[in-house]
Design a protein around this ligand. Structure first.
Ligand code: NAP
Length: 242
């Protein structure tokens, strides 16, 4: 069995990633924070693909929860190595900088940026020892381009992009790759308050993307075939760059 951990696997893009990794034969550790029923639905989909998995509840923004939950799993599963880590958990709390509250800034940085750091730091050692690993970070168009009303989210995702490039160089010799996938507008709970009919005119493909279209790229980066790609940011945005 090969083991993969997907943060924020309970819904949206994370759920589609769990399902694709299950198709590739991974045993999927499905992290969730506040949606246990949704996480159970993801596990059901993983099983329908003929694989297996389990739920891991923790808040990625809490170092203590991340380390307690993963180390408990490791204790029960001695000798098993999580080879693929997908840092997907994320939130947005949009506001213009002028009106942005401290907690809107800090909550978004903590979940999107600190969360990436806590899970990655905790799992990287085993990947280095076993001389194989795939870390895939779900970032955003917002972190590359900057989007008005998202100074917090753009900062967090740009931070993850910078860390992706730095870490990729730290661990490349050990056959551990670190890449980012940058979606544009994707249909999920995160974008359900957005007006697709109005926004799609900005997108060359004239539509929002599907979670599965992001998951396919994550699956490729997780595969053996992507062995010479590291430090990359791959856009999945229907042609929306500027
Ligand atoms: P979503 O449907 O809102 O799902 C968010 C997921 O993140 C849920 O599974 C949620 O789990 C989890 N999560 C949130 N806070 C967490 C925490 N503190 N600890 C652990 N898990 C947490 O969003 P999505 O659209 O699938 O987004 C997935 C990723 O893609 C995010 O990083 C997002 O920034 C990025 N992205 C999305 C879009 C888009 O258009 N949708 C575009 C660019 C980038 P619970 O429900 O269990 O709390």
């Amino acid at each position: 069995m090969k083991y993969a951990l997907v943060t924020g696997g309970s819904r949206g893009i994370g759920r589609a990633i769990c399902t694709r990794l299950a198709e590739m034969g991974y045993y999927v550790l499905i992290n969730y924070n506040s949606s246990p029923a949704e996480a159970e639905n993801t596990l059901k989909l993983v099983k329908e693909k003929g694989s297996d998995g389990e739920l891991l509840q923790f808040d990625v923004s809490s170092q203590e929860e991340v380390e307690r939950s993963i180390s408990y799993w490791q204790m029960k599963n001695e000798g098993k190595v999580i080879q693929v880590l997908v840092n997907n958990a994320g939130i947005r709390k949009d506001a213009l900088v002028m009106w942005m509250k401290n907690e809107e800034w800090h909550d978004v940085l903590r979940t999107n940026l600190d969360g990436f750091f806590y899970t990655t730091r905790f799992l990287i050692k085993d990947m280095l020892i076993s001389k194989f690993g795939r870390i895939i970070n779900v970032v955003s168009l917002s972190g590359l381009k900057g989007l008005p009303g998202q100074a917090n989210y753009s900062a967090a995702k740009a931070g993850v992009i910078g860390s992706t490039k730095a870490l990729a160089q730290e661990v490349a010799k050990k056959n551990v790759t670190v890449n980012a996938v940058a979606p544009g507008f994707i249909k999920s709970d995160m974008t359900k308050d957005l007006d697709e009919a109005q926004l799609k005119s900005m997108i060359p493909m004239n539509r929002f993307g599907k979670p599965e279209e992001v998951a396919s790229v994550v699956a490729f980066l997780a595969s053996e075939e992507a062995s010479y790609i590291t430090g990359a940011v791959i856009n999945v945005n229907g042609g929306l760059y500027t």
